[in-house]
Design a protein around this ligand. Structure first.
Ligand SMILES: *Cc1c(COP(=O)(O)O)cnc(C)c1O
Length: 330
């Protein structure tokens, strides 16, 4: 087990300059996403709630910002050899989308029971899909073995400064759209999205609070953040965007330095938040994308009256998942 503070982070932390460069690069590939006031959610939470619609990006999640930024910086020889990634689906879609844009063959390792909507989208973008193992971490180990054998560029889902700088553009964008935002609530799996949110928000104004949320049924990043070391934890959440057993050194280091608070929510609270996003904001989120609402509801007392942006990180729910959740909600 590595220590988050002393882990081999020869990797430099990305800076606001990297985020500004990422934004210039993303400009010709991705439109800005909307930041909409959500009166129905404001009434529920008792705060002024806005939703940052990362679910409306091509690929349906914020991760594409990181993939495009990273692929844009690979040299032609590296692109030509092809890129590899392991993913429950959205990081894979991000890499597949960017690889297609920049002419690199992509191979994406997914768990055997991956969300079929995400797998179909990865294939549609021309990437090769390899189903390997029972969960994300099994797929990751298989992917790392192929990278070691072939020398192809392995795109990690967290320990990549260009990914974090790329995804940080969501927070830069939202603070331009509404500079009065006081609190940003962001879901955490491996932590790249939240590390990016911290990077952009804290560079602009240290008083902007960034709150992370993870499923209590997959708390590796939360435990690692509390303990200051990288620890593993059981992974039993249905929210595949948050489903990791391990934490990653680079985002953990940034989160230790900058994240204001980190809460856990139950999978039932995430399910209820998915239904509330549909009912009160007419927004279709996947489970991970609804976790910020679950956190805001849990923190109602602290957020009262404040201006709160929820990062709706993705919308790639499968019809089967949606049916189960709506049936259970009655
Ligand atoms: C990957 C993902 C997350 C978690 O992001 P990390 O950068 O791994 O913390 C949250 N929501 C969705 C929709 C995702 O795809």
């Amino acid at each position: 087990m590595a220590d988050a503070r002393t882990a081999p982070t020869t990797m430099a932390w990305p800076t606001l300059r990297d985020v500004l460069e990422a934004r210039r690069r993303l400009h010709e590939h991705l439109l800005a996403t909307a930041l909409h006031p959500a009166p129905g959610l404001s009434a529920l939470v008792g705060a002024e709630v806005l939703v940052k619609h990362e679910n409306h990006l091509p690929t349906g999640s914020f991760k594409v910002r990181g993939g495009v930024n990273l692929l844009s910086q690979l040299d032609p020889a590296t692109r030509g050899r092809g890129v590899l990634a392991a993913s429950t689906g959205n990081h894979g879609q991000s890499v597949a989308f960017a690889a297609q844009r920049f002419g690199a063959p992509a191979t994406i390792f997914v768990p055997e029971d991956a969300n079929p909507v995400k797998v179909a989208a990865i294939r549609q973008m021309g990437a090769t899909v390899v189903a390997a193992g029972a969960d994300f971490d099994d797929a990751r180990v298989a992917c790392e073995a192929q990278a070691a054998a072939t020398g192809q560029r392995y795109i990690h889902s967290g320990d990549e400064p260009l990914l974090i700088a790329g995804v940080a553009t969501h927070t830069l964008e939202l603070l331009e759209q509404d500079p009065a935002v006081e609190v940003i609530v962001v879901p955490i799996g491996g932590g790249s999205g939240a590390a990016g949110a911290c990077l952009a928000a804290k560079a602009i104004d240290r008083r902007i609070a960034v709150i992370g949320v993870q499923s209590a049924a997959a708390p590796a990043a939360h435990r690692s953040w509390l303990q200051g070391t990288l620890v593993e934890a059981p992974m039993e959440t249905f929210a595949e965007g948050l489903a990791t057993r391990t934490a990653f050194a680079l985002p953990q280091g940034m989160l230790r330095a900058h994240l204001d608070d980190f809460v856990l929510v139950s999978d039932d609270a995430i399910r209820a938040a998915m239904v509330a996003m549909l009912e009160h904001a007419r927004t279709l989120c996947e489970a991970a994308g609804a976790a910020p609402l679950a956190a805001a509801l849990q923190l109602r007392d602290r957020l009262r009256g404040r201006r709160v942006a929820l990062i709706c990180s993705g919308g790639n729910v499968s019809p089967g998942q949606l049916r189960t959740i709506l049936d259970a909600a009655g």
